[in-house]
Design a protein around this ligand. Structure first.
Ligand SMILES: Nc1ncnc2c1ncn2[C@@H]1O[C@H](COP(=O)(O)OP(=O)(O)OP(=O)(O)O)[C@@H](O)[C@H]1O
Ligand SMILES: [Mg+2]
Length: 239
């Protein structure tokens, strides 16, 4: 299979000297796979994602996305990636919902017809109808998450990078979002999402578990859920 993302023992030192690492097993995301990176708060998931999307450069270790180093060569791979960051406020541009979805499509040079088709597709697919002309600042938290997802999915990316993207989305919105993600992943899109709650795991085939600076597990969701490690992640389910 084609490796879309490969991370080999990365370490990152933040300016305040906090060291975060993801060593142990290599993290690999292949074409068409849906992969969850699971870990407790502060375990380093967002740090790993910031390396995948080229925002951070590792102090040590290797990151490869579509075969290149995303920190140095983001321009050559950016068009293939859809991203939803943990704090969506940082990525929404607006001023309106419609403008926001159109922005990246325009930037990447899609035709007006293609932009109109894709915008319509994600607005109806994610239940954002009626909000097209709303100023993004006034959207609710869940609406902002759905808008960020809409912007990412409108690109029909080969890699969808989601950092806790399902938080705040209600069950109806979640079912719409996962349907759209499933549809695109069946056509080859790879998905990697940071997950810190048990419920979100059901949408993923493969799980990596990041604990104390190490990727200590990599395998199918079923293997993870039947392993002892699951208890370290979902302690409340022990009883
Ligand atoms: N910009 C930064 N400067 C200094 N330390 C940071 C910075 N960003 C993250 N950290 C620290 O790095 C560690 C890992 O943080 P990270 O955000 O990657 O965790 P996470 O697994 O995504 O957590 P959560 O589940 O809460 O989103 C934490 O101890 C955090 O305090
Ligand atoms: Mg995080």
């Amino acid at each position: 299979m084609e490796k879309i993302v490969e991370i080999k023992c990365i370490k990152h030192r933040y300016p305040d000297n906090t060291e975060v690492s993801a060593c142990g097993l290599d993290l690999v995301v292949e074409k068409g796979e849906r992969v969850a990176l699971v870990g407790l708060n502060g375990s380093g998931k967002t740090t790993v994602f910031s390396h995948i999307i080229g925002l951070l450069k590792p102090t040590e270790g290797e990151v490869s996305v579509f075969g290149v180093d995303p920190y140095h060569d983001f321009e050559s791979i950016g068009k293939k990636m859809g991203v939803v960051m943990q704090s969506v406020e940082d990525q929404l541009i607006g001023p309106t919902v419609l403008d926001d979805i159109r922005f990246s499509l325009l930037n990447y040079g899609f035709s007006e017809k293609e932009i109109a088709d894709r915008t319509k597709e994600v607005i109806s697919g994610l239940n954002l109808k009626g909000l097209e002309n709303k100023v993004i600042h006034y959207l609710s938290g869940g609406e902002k998450k759905k808008l960020a997802l809409a912007g990412a999915l409108a690109l029909h990316p080969d890699l969808l990078v989601l950092d806790e993207a399902f938080n705040q989305i209600d069950p109806r919105g979640l079912s719409a979002a996962t349907k759209m993600i499933e549809y695109q992943s069946e056509r080859g899109m790879a998905v990697v999402m940071a997950v810190s709650n048990r419920e979100d795991l059901e949408h993923f085939d493969k799980v990596y578990f990041l604990q104390s600076g190490k990727i200590v597990f990599g395998g199918t969701r079923e293997e993870f859920l039947s392993s002892d490690l699951k208890n370290e992640f979902c302690q409340h389910e022990r009883q």
